[in-house]
Design a protein around this ligand. Structure first.
Ligand code: NAG
Ligand code: NAG
Ligand code: NAG
Ligand code: NAG
Ligand code: NAG
Length: 560
């Protein structure tokens, strides 16, 4: 078995490497989601892991500048050539198209002469630092497939940080530091990507490679995606299968190449010299003519298409998945927890499609179980990710069982994947499994119910004499007390008060003065010392003594 696997991997190796010449537009075999195959049962679909093609992501970006008024030209100003402080005949004027340098010009087509560019105001407030943030937002998770390239029109900045966000701009992490002097600017030793290895590939470095001032001809800054890929796929990226394998099994590596936003933090413009020439501050500014970002929509290997809708990229999810990143199973397809597709085994991967939920209609599942017995479902690959339907983000690995379980499930859920409702809660049939309201409190009446659990429709188990979904109503013949339903003491049908007594609220008989007993069945004199030896029943103010103080004891006796 091992041998045959090895052979098939080997064959595939050859196929992959021959296709990989065209990197980055082709990533192998993951550009289809299914094919028809013939089996004993006839024609069926065979599902595969799939992903959208890599493309120019700049078309879909939203840009924000901070400070917002940092673009030059309002009011119009004159600036000097970087290399020649006496050549100050350049003008920036936002109100004149030919002289304006708005941010859009970073994203238009280049290749023209002269090229078009965005430009900041000059460093007229020196020594106050000239700081600018350029934030690029996609509102979509993207996997980078090629170097990020930024082309500066004037000199490349003396200090800059490239940052990334994975959560739509809520939190930011540095991606790379750039400086003419890393130690001085960021207290970091200068490094180049080539100093890294497979084991240190996730290290955040400061590079001096791209900040050599205006004297060199190069205007370009890279964030080196391909050099990092090469640690796994070889210098010419000929062994992409190996990279896939690593991406599949190492979430940190996958996340490293994944972004929702980028931020270019410009911290100090090119000065070209050690000292800032305070006489000619109009020499110092930032100007960017082009930004290139290549990547693909992250669809968790569940889509080949990614379309633009309302100015936003959305995966065209297959495998019965849904969400902007195909990050969950469709309604009625939650027969097992969602999981991303896998590149393995190469070349077709594992689709991990969402399967139909097991319907509870007509065949109600057992008490408070909101999920079919997961261990009885076949899962194609042991999924070591933490999948808790959004009710927890902490898992723990149980080595003995080689399985991962969610810990601290919230929203009243429990279970290995937080897929069950806690005792005392039941599944909200109209809510998705990842809905915060998926588990509803049973609200069983504590006095009327046997315990606090209910069935999958919210019905509690009632004590004798009690009814209603929540066990808060009494059956005929019973009456509600502070402690639940108790049998009637008297009524007008079977439990008549005798000897002319009157039934009060079903809880007691009001007896004529001569009678006593629960149903006024006894002569009062029978209870008195001396018995009924006297001629007639005594009369007096005590005759109408209510029965109520005796009631708990009576009821307890009746209930037995
Ligand atoms: C730029 O963004 C960083 C956080 O990423 C923030 O600390 C800094 O204040 C911002 N600078 C400007 C000029 O907005
Ligand atoms: C991002 O996309 C979501 C969902 O489509 C939308 O509600 C939200 O307004 C978008 N945010 C921005 C800043 O465009
Ligand atoms: C859902 O999955 C089933 C296979 O389980 C497939 O036949 C069906 O076409 C899928 N539906 C969609 C909308 O993808
Ligand atoms: C789940 O199914 C397996 C196999 O059918 C069975 O052994 C196990 O007891 C079941 N677990 C629960 C909690 O029902
Ligand atoms: C059940 O879930 C639906 C959909 O989320 C929600 O609108 C409804 O309020 C929930 N019902 C209860 C009783 O919580």
């Amino acid at each position: 078995m091992y041998l045959s696997r090895f052979l098939s991997l080997h064959t595939l190796w050859v196929t992959v490497s021959s296709v990989m010449q065209h990197y980055p537009s082709v990533w192998g075999h993951y550009d289809v989601c299914k094919t028809q195959i013939y089996t004993e049962e006839g024609k069926v679909w065979d599902y595969m892991a799939c992903q959208p093609e890599a493309r120019d992501m700049i078309k879909y970006v939203k840009v924000t500048l901070d400070p917002p008024d940092i673009t030059c030209g309002d009011p119009p100003e004159t600036f000097c050539a970087m290399g020649n402080p006496y050549m100050c005949n350049n003008e920036c004027d936002a109100s004149t198209q030919e002289l304006a340098h708005p941010p859009e010009l970073m994203f238009d087509l280049e290749g023209r002469h002269p090229s078009t560019f965005w430009q900041s105001t000059t460093w007229k407030d020196y020594p106050k630092p000239l700081h600018v943030n350029i934030t690029l937002s996609w509102n979509k998770t993207i996997e980078l497939t090629d170097n990020i390239v930024i082309t500066f029109e004037s000199g490349r900045p003396d200090q800059m940080i490239l940052e990334k966000s994975l959560d739509y701009g809520r939190t930011w992490q540095p991606y790379q530091y750039y400086a003419t002097d890393c130690l001085d600017a960021f207290h970091m030793d200068p490094k180049s990507v080539r100093d890294l290895s497979q084991h240190t590939v996730l290290e955040i470095i400061c590079t001096e490679e791209y900040s050599t001032g205006y004297m060199t001809n190069s205007k370009i800054i890279h964030f080196e995606i391909k050099d990092r890929f090469a640690f796994f796929a070889g210098p010419r990226l000929h062994n992409m299968a190996s990279l896939y394998g690593q991406l599949d099994t190492t979430k940190k590596l996958r996340d490293f190449f994944t972004i929702t936003d980028l931020r270019i933090r410009l911290l100090r413009p090119a000065t070209g010299e050690i000292y800032v020439d305070e006489q000619h501050l109009a020499r110092y500014f930032y100007a960017i003519s082009d930004i290139r970002v290549f990547g693909r929509c992250k669809c968790n290997l569940h889509a080949t298409g990614c379309k633009e809708e309302n100015k936003r990229l959305l995966c065209e999810c297959e495998h019965n998945t849904t969400g902007p990143d195909c990050g969950k199973c469709k309604k009625n397809y939650q027969g097992r927890p969602w999981s991303p597709g896998s590149y393995l085994p190469i070349p077709k991967g594992t689709a991990n499609i969402c399967i139909p939920s097991i319907s509870s209609i007509g065949n109600p599942p057992k008490f408070d179980r909101i999920w079919p017995n997961i261990s009885s479902l076949e899962v194609s690959k042991p999924n070591q990710d933490c999948e808790c339907f959004g009710h927890s983000n902490r898992c723990s690995y149980i080595e003995l069982l080689n399985t991962v379980i969610c810990v601290s499930c919230k929203h009243n859920t429990r279970g290995q994947h937080c897929e069950l409702c806690r005792l005392g809660y039941f599944r909200n049939a109209s809510a998705e499994l990842d809905d915060e309201n998926v588990c509803i409190d049973c609200y069983c009446n504590p006095f009327g119910s046997v315990h606090d659990r209910c069935n999958d429709r919210g019905f509690c188990e009632c004590k004798e004499g009690t009814s209603g979904p929540k066990c808060d109503k009494c059956l005929p013949g019973y009456i509600w007390h502070s402690l639940g339903c108790q049998p009637n003491v008297c009524d007008n049908e079977l439990l008549h008060c005798q000897n002319g007594g009157t039934c009060i609220n079903n809880v007691r008989c009001q007896c004529p003065p001569a009678y006593t007993g629960i149903l006024c069945e006894k002569l009062r004199c029978e209870r008195e010392p001396g018995g009924c030896g006297r001629s007639s029943a005594p009369r007096g103010p005590g005759g109408l003594r209510p029965l109520l103080p005796l009631l708990p004891a009576l009821l307890a006796a009746r209930a037995r």
